[in-house]
Design a protein around this ligand. Structure first.
Ligand code: SDX
Length: 431
């Protein structure tokens, strides 16, 4: 798909430069500066890329002002209600909703590739038991390139497809085994007669000593959490995967880089940080103290689960997540969960506070997901690994799109240099 073009002029000094403007199918126009340095000898400057499009894409679109999230044009609230994670994976990967036969073939392909190379079991044993599961996932996923050599050639479309299916299929097993390792329980192998979310829950919570039945409401909630985190345009971890892939690195190494970036508390680590914050607040009467801290410029504390680089309205995923939180907690008979009470009171207080409303700081996807995951029995250390399981399809879809793009080249940003100009070495006796 080629964007429509219109002209723009940039005047620097007494010179004028023509810079084309590309008009998208949705969202802001983009000013094409690819020739700017060659024509005018200047760089653009945009730390954090708040105003910079790094690529063109047809996968996901966000309208932050309207609180809209589309995957291949389909609104996230419709997908969360009517679809399920593996169908959304198909949509993100291939661009269309599958027919019944296409979906059945895709699902059986994924479910039948959920086992790991048996040697990888020993890889886990190299970690301390108290290793953070994200440390384990970063290591194990990066190591996959040492076990699956036959799907590392990024220029072979078949190998790209095999690597994609392997990663989507094996991430739940990798994450579940990271959890089992941390609690000293035996690894539970995946089962091909279970759906994706049920398989994950069983691998996390079953023990060999007794049968384990997956609660359908919990597996539906798990699947919805996977669906809501699947992709999100060019966020930090997706941009990391794209930049790592631009050098031609193998897909397993690039996804490991994305996992490492997601771990940060400003990004995917926010769900763990948010729940730890809610627990630190503890009771509703302590909320004003924490809101004051979040507003204090001299205090680095921020309300975790609030704010977003793009959404300056409600994160549509948070709205759906809030409904799931109510369903799961009611099912588990913990609708009076003190953490949920603090969360709801904190959300109300923040949304009535001009500091947050003026800065468009609304609850994001991480605000409610942690509450559901904790109610389901996950430790906070497993929240970001679950985010990573879900986002793998987004990373892979964006990676495939980039590899197939004829404009694809190695990413190499420039800088505004403010260091020393050239100076001569001084011998130590003269310093
Ligand atoms: C995810 O990019 C994505 O799409 C990410 C994600 C995805 O699906 O991939 O959606 C997942 O990462 C969601 C975000 C999870 N992070 C958190 O919940 C951590 C808490 N939020 C903040 O760290 C922050 O809001 C960010 C990092 C999310 C966004 O930061 P920005 O856009 O860079 O905004 P900013 O830091 O420039 O803040 C703007 C102003 C500042 O005040 P001023 O300097 O203008 O006076 O708002 C303030 C900030 O101090 N602010 C907050 C705040 N977030 C921003 N103040 C208190 N609490 C907060 N949470």
């Amino acid at each position: 798909m080629v964007a429509k073009e219109k002209p723009a002029q940039l005047k620097i000094g007494n010179k004028t430069y023509d810079l084309p403007i590309h008009s998208p199918t949705a969202g802001p126009d983009v000013l094409d500066i690819r020739k700017l340095y060659g024509q005018a000898g200047v760089f653009t400057y945009d730390p954090g890329f708040t105003s910079t499009a790094s690529c063109d894409s047809t996968i996901t679109f966000i309208d932050g002002d309207e609180g809209v999230l589309l995957h291949r044009g389909y609104p996230i609230d419709q997908l969360a209600e009517k679809s399920h994670y593996l169908e959304v994976c198909y949509l993100l990967l291939y661009g269309t909703l599958p027919s019944a036969s296409e979906l059945e073939k895709f699902e059986s392909l994924v479910i039948s590739h959920t086992m790991l190379h048996e040697q990888m079991v020993y890889f886990y044993r190299g970690f301390r038991r108290d290793a953070h599961p994200m440390a384990i996932m970063t290591g194990v996923v990066g190591a996959m390139s040492a076990f699956y050599h036959d799907s590392t050639d990024i220029h072979d479309a078949h190998q790209r497809e095999v690597a994609s299916i392997r990663l989507i299929a094996k991430m739940p097993t990798i994450a579940a085994w990271a959890y089992k390792f941390s609690v000293g329980q035996p690894f539970i192998y995946p089962r091909n007669d279970l759906d994706y979310a049920s398989n994950f829950l069983r691998m996390c919570f079953a023990v060999p000593a007794e049968d384990y039945e997956v609660n359908p409401i919990l597996s539906r909630a798990m699947d919805r959490i996977f669906t809501l985190h699947a992709d999100h345009e060019q966020n930090a971890s997706t941009s990391t995967v794209r930049l790592a892939s631009s050098s031609g690195a193998n897909p397993f190494a690039c996804i490991a880089a994305g996992i490492a970036c997601l771990w940060g508390p400003a990004h995917g680590g926010a769900n763990q940080a948010c729940l730890e914050m809610l627990k630190e607040i503890g009771t509703v009467d302590r909320i004003p103290t924490f809101i004051s801290r979040a507003k204090d410029k001299n205090d680095p504390f921020r309300l975790m689960g609030f704010g977003h680089r793009v959404y300056k309205n409600f994160d549509p995923r948070a709205t759906v997540m809030k409904q799931s939180a109510d369903e799961v907690l009611e099912l588990l008979g913990v609708e009076n969960n003190p953490v949920l009470q603090v969360a709801k009171a904190l959300e109300k207080a923040a949304l009535e506070d001009p500091y947050f409303t003026s800065k468009k700081l609304f609850p994001n996807v991480d605000f409610y997901s942690g509450i559901i995951l904790e109610a389901m029995g996950f430790p906070t250390s497993m929240f970001t690994p679950i985010f990573a399981v879900s986002r793998t399809v987004g990373w892979i879809s964006q990676w495939k799109e980039m590899i197939a793009d004829p404009q694809n080249k190695i990413g190499r940003p420039r800088q505004l240099y403010l260091g020393n100009t050239s100076r001569n070495y001084v011998d130590i006796e003269n310093r």
